[in-house]
Write a protein that binds this ligand. Structure first.
Ligand SMILES: Nc1ncnc2c1ncn2[C@@H]1O[C@H](COP(=O)(O)OP(=O)(O)OP(=O)(O)O)[C@@H](O)[C@H]1O
Ligand SMILES: [Mg+2]
Length: 248
């Protein structure tokens, strides 16, 4: 795995019925970097992410992840391949009936042959790395604040040492301060793992956080990539749609 990109879209189009949702996308997401997919509601951001995970198949073209053409994998291979990803979704999506500890342990029990002692060590390290105190390990999600649930969700996403972290609006529903705490955490997580080519891909509406925390920005509108630039050049973009977004 030496290529410049962790994910590549090659002339990829997605249609649902007659509607073209993603249109001839042809670009790569840089390995080892934080890339934010930015755009108004309905632009196709979540659909793009589902293609990276192989949850949706392109109508035309292909998606290459970590040098593997996703469309060539069997269902079984795809399931195994998904271990390369960590995912954090909008509402943290923890199991309500499991403690923080058991939520984070879940992928380890499911996908590895680690024994109880190894699991305990790994889970407690992960919880510590996202700032969850020992006492909170035995609490249920309903006994945690929204920000803490995001932390536990992040710890669970990191459990299998993924190569790519995917975040779909990880801070929606959080107050502005907690939003920045979560972004700090995503950046720290990235920095801790970047030596091994770890890529973070974030879907966001939050222009201020995006400009502060990303290396690259992909701006989408109506299923097309309008601009794909590093942050400094993105700020200087003269595209009227982006100027409008930047002035919000
Ligand atoms: N399974 C599907 N069948 C038909 N249309 C779909 C399907 N999934 C998504 N769409 C349509 O694709 C378009 C893009 O949706 P998508 O969820 O990717 O947007 P988004 O950029 O993530 O928006 P938001 O910021 O609101 O989350 C929308 O018009 C949506 O209705
Ligand atoms: Mg979405």
């Amino acid at each position: 795995m030496s290529s410049e990109y962790s994910v590549e879209f090659r002339h990829m189009t997605k249609k649902f019925g007659d509607a073209t949702i993603l249109s001839d996308l042809n670009f790569g997401i840089h390995r080892g970097k934080i890339t934010t997919i930015l755009g108004f509601s309905g632009a196709g951001k979540t659909t793009l992410m589902k293609h990276i995970l192989g949850l949706v198949e392109p109508t035309e073209g292909e998606v290459v992840v970590l040098d593997t053409v996703i469309g060539n994998l069997t269902e079984l291979e795809l399931r195994e391949f998904r271990r390369n990803f960590g995912m954090v979704f909008q509402y943290a999506a923890l199991f309500d009936f499991l403690t923080s500890f058991e939520n984070v342990a879940f992928p380890l029990r499911e996908f590895t042959k680690m024994n109880e002692q190894q699991i305990h060590e790994k889970v407690m390290n992960l919880l510590e790395s996202v700032g969850i105190a020992k006492e909170a390990a035995q609490r249920l999600p309903s006994e945690l604040s929204g920000g803490m649930r995001k932390r536990v969700g992040l710890a669970r996403g990191l459990a299998l040492d993924p190569h790519i972290m995917l975040y779909d609006e990880p801070t929606s529903g959080l107050d502005p301060i907690t939003t920045h705490v979560v972004y700090d955490l995503m950046r720290d997580t990235h920095r801790q793992n970047e030596h091994r080519g770890f890529s973070s891909i974030i879907i966001s509406h939050d222009i201020h956080a995006t400009l502060k925390y990303s290396d690259y920005i992909v701006f989408m509108e109506k299923g097309k990539v309008v601009e794909h630039l590093d942050v400094e050049n993105f700020k200087k973009s003269e595209n009227p749609v982006i100027r409008r977004f930047l002035e919000l």
